[in-house]
Design a protein around this ligand. Structure first.
Ligand code: ADP
Ligand code: MG
Length: 279
């Protein structure tokens, strides 16, 4: 099957600005993202993750190279709405994504812009709010909601556009642990329903939930593999100032004490399961 996203030799350079040198924020990236897959993208601040994300739905257009989303070239004017509809984006700050005075109007905003008929919009809004467990808040003003609830409404707004792929750019960075775990459950459910997920995060505990982990460094792909493959190369991960998941760290300490922890343990719950066998 054709990958849903195909990135060929992407370079994105920001122009020289006031007191700012020109930067090649993405500097030669080629990637194929499989339909229905769940990919986490890691990398320290400034490594080019957000720039890459914004290129995936045509918010930014390549300086060099080509990106195909659902077969559409993101630089093709005629298909920009096909691209935007195929690849939805969820950003870090929900306040910047909510535009209406009432939750359900906000969720309807995207489908309205796509020219969907009102009865269908109604159905999509109700379903999307249910998907993110915010049905009870549909008549509330967004400013009364918590950060996590606002982010769930922002996600509903994207889901209501029926995208094939959703790119989450550090969606939990501003949330408390409870808000974070609720957003992660929703992301996992959307993936289970067949949506392709790209999750940019700096939480290793979120990255281990993905099927594939890509580490960006200086605008390039630095590592790319399953979470097991990537996190088993600890020195390489640490060399770009990233953490390794708690379970991987614990596994190493236990191995030093002579306990043969299996290599495939990377999630905290997997470690707990493993250790409980010793009871
Ligand atoms: P990340 O999301 O990994 O933190 P970004 O894609 O935001 O990385 O940034 C990559 C590089 O591009 C950084 O050097 C950053 O300073 C630069 N950059 C980001 N946005 C802009 C902009 N609007 N204008 C100029 N340079 C920018
Ligand atoms: Mg960023």
């Amino acid at each position: 099957m054709e990958p849903i996203i195909k990135i060929e030799n992407l370079v994105f350079a920001y122009a020289k600005g006031e007191g700012r040198e020109a930067v090649r924020a993405v500097d030669g990236v080629s990637l194929a993202i499989e339909r229905g897959s769940f990919t986490a993208i890691l990398g320290k601040n400034g490594s080019g993750k957000s720039t890459l994300a914004k290129n995936l739905n045509g918010l930014l257009l390549p300086t060099e190279g080509v990106i195909y989303v659902n077969g559409y070239d993101t630089a093709d004017d005629e298909h920009i709405w096909d691209v935007r509809q195929s690849a939805g984006m969820v950003f870090q700050n929900p306040d910047n994504q909510l535009v209406s005075a009432i939750v359900e109007d906000d969720v309807a905003f995207g489908p309205e812009n796509l020219g969907i008929e009102p009865a269908e919009i109604r159905r999509r809004v109700d379903k999307a709010l249910q998907d993110v467990n915010m049905g009870a808040y549909k008549n509330k003003p967004p400013h009364l909601l918590s950060g996590g609830q606002k982010q769930r409404v922002a996600i509903a707004g994207v889901v209501a556009m029926k995208p094939s792929c959703i790119i989450f750019d550090e969606p939990t960075a501003m949330l408390d642990p409870k808000g974070r775990s609720e957003i992660m459950s929703i992301i996992k459910e959307l993936h289970a329903e067949g949506i392709t997920v790209i999750l940019i995060t700096h939480f290793m505990e979120e990255a281990v939930e993905a099927e594939r982990v890509i580490i960006m460094h200086d605008g390039r792909v630095f590592m790319d593999g399953t979470p097991q493959e990537v996190f088993s190369r600890q020195e390489k991960v640490l060399s770009v100032n990233l953490d390794i998941p708690l379970a991987v760290e614990l596994a190493d300490m236990l191995r030093e004490r002579g306990i043969a922890v299996p290599e495939n343990i990377i999630k905290t719950e997997e470690m707990v399961e493993y250790l409980c066998q010793y009871e």
